[in-house]
Design a binder for this molecule. Structure first.
Ligand code: NAD
Ligand code: UGA
Length: 459
């Protein structure tokens, strides 16, 4: 079959794999190739066992794979044949040298730019979809134009991705907006129109926002920072509610009704997680510091500091309420994924909470419907001090306490009467996600400690 356009995506992770599956479904006349250096990942994308869990993704991949969606490790061939290259590699926080712990580690982006330069023998539009610091396009452009060969021309476009894990398919099929940043030159405008043409297959024109490259790059970091800031704000208030007897859910509802504030991202939690919030805020902090805007940097860093404090407070409250002693007590952690609907545990609050509980010498058991394999890796250094089971009934059997850290739907529907019968007394439930009916649990016999609200205990 001949295709109108050929798109290459470099990086077959959450963003690359899922966004290209949507592109392939929505644009049948485009050939989409997703390439990665990781053979195992590519093999998984080509199998029935995809490397990531995302509701609805498998069905879409099955529908388009082999028709206009292909997964390969042959990056060179992909670069040669493509018109448009999306860069979706990881941009983690730098762990070494200048900016360690804050700045984005751009080695993967740079490697990709050099690969493109090496193999490109025709003009390309290079699209940054990875989240990167403002002005990265400039660096990519410098590398791509460093050979002195004027025949092959590159246009750099910024098109950040706003999908959330667990709802990625819906987020991409019905985006609030698509952001496209280009140079304000005739070539930049032409490249912008090519990217608009892709999204116009399914996104209304008024939802496609065009800006300069730098505004687009910065907007992505700022969007994540604002979302995380809301979570840290409500979490700070949840601690105040616990101290004063107010109810954080009622406060969130009361303020969220104000249209100017809005109801979303006001759910108190044991701390936000996910691969991006922390890293993107720290990146913003680093950028602000590098422009000597230290007050700006401190302001945004406090969002991350509050998040660390929240995890700490969650564990301290558990220890305090369990008579200041959890040594040797079996504690069942319900949920390990950073949110429900995903198997991803990157930066999950559960990691730090588990570590703190282990440090308190609790006998920890972890259950999660999708994230156990990742949980085992995250806690590999604690082998022998923590156990894992997919079955929440088994996890809670003989436990002094259950701590709900990920609000999986299935935790709402368990038989808590049956669970209570198998637990040590007094039996505690620390509901970090406010997903259970506290009153009903109390009536069964539990001491219930919901996050951001007063506890229902028998003394
Ligand atoms: P990921 O770690 O799941 O995937 C990145 C992939 O890039 C890996 O498979 C890796 O092998 C591959 N890779 C690295 N270097 C490569 C190279 N030189 N050549 C080919 N492949 C290479 O990452 P992700 O979660 O998909 O995130 C990618 C980017 O998108 C990040 O910048 C992230 O901040 C951003 N983002 C992520 C999400 C999300 O929900 N995960 C949402 C929006 C934006
Ligand atoms: C987030 C953003 O929502 C996406 O727009 C963005 O594209 C993505 O980061 C990214 O750049 O990687 P994601 O991390 O997948 O998406 O998930 P969110 O739904 O934003 O949740 C992040 C964390 O905040 C989770 O741990 C969640 O439990 C927590 N959260 C969220 C709360 O504690 N309270 C809330 O009210 C909402």
């Amino acid at each position: 079959m001949s295709f109108n356009k050929k798109i290459l995506c470099i990086g077959a992770g959450y963003v690359g794999g899922s966004s290209m599956a949507i592109f392939a479904r929505k644009c049948p006349e485009y050939k989409i190739t997703v390439a990665d250096i990781n053979q195992e990942r590519i093999d998984a994308w080509n199998s029935d066992n995809l490397p990531i869990y995302e509701p609805g993704l498998y069905e879409i991949v099955k529908e388009v794979r082999g028709k206009n969606l292909f997964f390969t490790i042959d990056i060179a061939a992909g670069v040669k044949e493509s018109d448009i290259i999306f860069v979706c590699v990881n941009t983690p926080t730098k762990t070494f040298g200048a900016g360690a712990g804050k700045a984005a580690d751009l080695q993967y982006i740079e490697k990709v730019a050099r690969l493109i330069l090496k193999h490109a023998d025709s003009d390309k539009i290079v699209v940054e979809k990875s989240t990167i610091p403002v002005k990265t396009a400039e660096a990519i452009s410098e590398i791509l134009h460093s050979s002195g060969d004027k025949k092959v021309k590159f246009q750099i476009v910024s098109n950040p991705e706003f999908l959330s894990e667990g709802s990625a398919i819906n987020d991409m099929e019905n985006p609030d907006r698509v952001l496209i940043g280009t140079e304000e030159t005739p070539e930049g405008e032409k490249a912008r129109d090519e990217i608009i043409a892709i999204y116009s297959h399914w996104v209304q024109k008024d939802k496609i926002i065009t800006t300069s490259v730098w505004s687009s790059e910065l907007s992505k970091l700022v969007a994540n920072a604002f979302l995380a800031q809301r979570v840290s704000s409500i979490n700070s208030i949840s601690l105040l509610c616990e101290a004063t007897g107010a109810n954080a859910l009622e406060v969130a509802r009361a303020i969220g009704k104000d249209n100017r504030i809005g109801a979303k991202f006001l759910k108190p939690s044991p701390g936000f997680g996910g691969s991006c919030f922390k890293k993107d805020i720290l990146n913003l902090v680093y950028i602000a510091q590098s422009y000597n805007l230290n007050e700006v940097a401190d302001y945004w860093e406090s969002v991350v500091l509050m998040n660390e404090y929240q995890k700490d407070c969650f564990v301290k409250r558990m220890v305090r309420i369990m008579f200041n002693n959890i040594t040797g007590k079996r504690i069942a952690l319900f949920g390990f994924a950073f949110k429900s609907g995903t198997g991803d545990t990157r930066e999950s609050a559960a990691i730090d909470i588990a570590k703190k509980l282990i440090e308190e010498k609790a006998d920890l058991v972890i259950t999660d419907p999708k994230a156990l394999a990742n949980a085992k890796e995250d806690l590999a250094e604690y082998k022998g001090k923590v156990s894992f089971t997919a079955d929440p009934y088994q996890a809670s059997c003989g436990a002094h306490a259950i701590a709900i850290v990920t609000g999986w739907e299935e935790y709402k529907n368990l038989d808590y009467k049956k669970i209570y019968e198998t637990m040590e007394r007094p039996a505690f439930i620390f509901d970090g996600c406010n997903c259970l009916d506290s009153g009903a649990l109390y009536d069964i016999g539990f001491n219930v400690v919901p996050l951001g609200r007063g506890e229902l205990v028998r003394w």
